[in-house]
Design a protein around this ligand. Structure first.
Ligand code: AMP
Ligand code: GLY
Length: 418
């Protein structure tokens, strides 16, 4: 098959890498990709957010399956447009992608499906939100309804910071129209886990779980980032927890969406908190996680193209999705200063220095035609993945490889998987 992967991060490198191992993958292109995807596929310089240009590209290349990595093209309806021109695409429709692009939509589905989550209230009027806050005590979470590049969730430990969050989101509109509706949630606490399962709109595959590390500093300190690392399987994972999450969260959500005639096809990503009263959903995402994808796709034993075709054709119940449980640890190397201001264009040295049981996925990298070097081009530059007989072995193998790679100002956490 001719396959087009849409996106340019570490997640898309991992997707292109795993797809390239399938006997069914004939030609793979990536739009717009990075220096890593160009080693295993052909990069094409087309913006994933330019829906019409992606359609044109897919038609010109006679693409038989489009795999959409990031949420924004999904929320813009790329999959719907591809279907209209007869090109199958892996990922949900615009209306099903609302599970991520509208937090109020997600909360309503969660409630109707009787899936456990925090108590919440939806507001479109800032005055009503403020008077609600005045009647509460204790911490709250204020969330912009729409996509806000991962920044729309404000954890407020007291009433005055919750009031401030409402004003900056709804009145100052720091997230633009994404904050015109907000959800105010009960603050929950406990370990967090990302859970992923394939769906064709009706069936739900066996899930896989990973933990990601969102804060920039060791010991979960400093500002939030796109993700500084991940590992699988979570130390606390068990068959019982998997069963609970499948029957109380993943299956009822897919069933409810089908019932409402919004069938969800693609990968469903649940961000779950394990509270004293059991697993509860913090958010749903309509795509693979980054950097979780880089540690979970190596566990996938079933042909990815077979799975994706089964999802797009409504035949997922005819195949068995198998994941192994070999420990994998992924360490993200970033540009110095990230997630704040950082510089790019720094030559990356040592990528060719292999070490046992490790591999490197690229994110913010590009080939510099003048020097021939691979140089940095973003905040998150690489995800270095190690594997082994235990999580500690996997961690040691990842960091051995990290220590072989150098670029000016590089930064990483040293405690991924602890
Ligand atoms: P989200 O984008 O909704 O996953 O939120 C980002 C992060 O905010 C999550 O990974 C949690 O750490 C935190 N968070 C979100 N919702 C809640 C909540 N209701 N209670 C406590 N923490 C939350
Ligand atoms: N790992 C967090 C995300 O992909 O949203």
């Amino acid at each position: 098959m001719n396959i087009l992967v849409v996106g340019s991060g570490g997640r898309e490198h991992a997707l292109a890498w795993r797809i390239s191992q399938s006997d069914s993958a004939h030609n793979i292109w990536t739009a717009n990709g990075n220096a890593g995807t160009n080693l295993i596929s052909t990069n094409v310089d087309v913006d994933p957010l330019n829906t019409e240009a992606i359609i044109q590209l897919a038609q010109n290349l006679v693409i038989e399956l489009v795999v959409v990595g990031p949420e924004t093209p999904l929320a813009h309806g790329l999959v719907d447009r591809l279907y209209k021109v007869g090109i199958p695409a892996f990922g949900p429709s615009k209306s099903a992608a609302q599970i991520e692009s509208s937090k109020s939509f997600a909360r309503q589905i969660i409630t109707e499906a009787q899936v456990p989550g925090p108590d919440y209230h939806i507001f479109t009027d800032p005055a009503l939100a403020l008077s609600f806050i005045d009647k509460t005590t204790g911490p709250l979470v204020v969330k912009a309804d729409g996509l806000a590049a991962g920044k729309g969730v404000l954890i407020c430990m007291d009433q005055s910071s919750a009031r401030k969050a409402v004003v900056t989101t709804m009145s100052d509109r720091i997230f633009g129209s994404a904050g015109d509706t907000i959800v105010i949630e009960e603050f929950l606490s406990g370990p967090e886990v990302s859970v992923f399962a394939f769906s064709d709109g009706i069936s739900v595959s066996k899930p896989v779980a990973a933990c990601d590390y969102k804060r920039v500093g060791n010991g979960d300190t400093g500002p939030n980032t796109g993700g500084m690392g991940s590992y699988t399987q979570p130390r606390f994972w068990s068959d019982e927890l998997e069963h609970q999450i499948m029957t109380n969260i993943m299956e009822p959500t897919i069933r409810k969406l089908a019932e409402k005639n919004i069938p969800y096809t693609g990968i469903l990503y649940a961000g779950i908190m394990l509270t004293q009263s059991g697993p509860r959903v913090l958010e749903f995402n309509c795509r693979f996680g980054d950097p979780e994808t880089q540690v979970i796709l190596p566990l996938l034993e079933t042909d990815p193209i077979q799975i994706m075709n089964a999802c797009t054709s409504g035949t997922l119940d005819s195949i068995t999705v198998k994941w192994n449980d070999k420990p994998h640890v992924g360490v993200v190397m970033t540009s110095g200063g990230y997630p704040d201001k950082y510089e790019t264009g720094r030559a990356i040295k040592g990528l060719e220095n292999e070490s046992p049981n490790s591999m490197v996925f690229h994110a913010g990298t590009r080939h510099d035609p003048d020097t021939g070097d691979i140089v940095t081009s973003g905040g998150r530059v690489l995800t270095v993945v190690g594997w082994g007989a235990s999580i500690d072995d996997a961690k040691a193998n990842a960091y051995t490889r990290v220590n072989n790679i150098h670029f000016d100002g590089s930064n990483c956490r040293t405690d991924i998987s602890d």
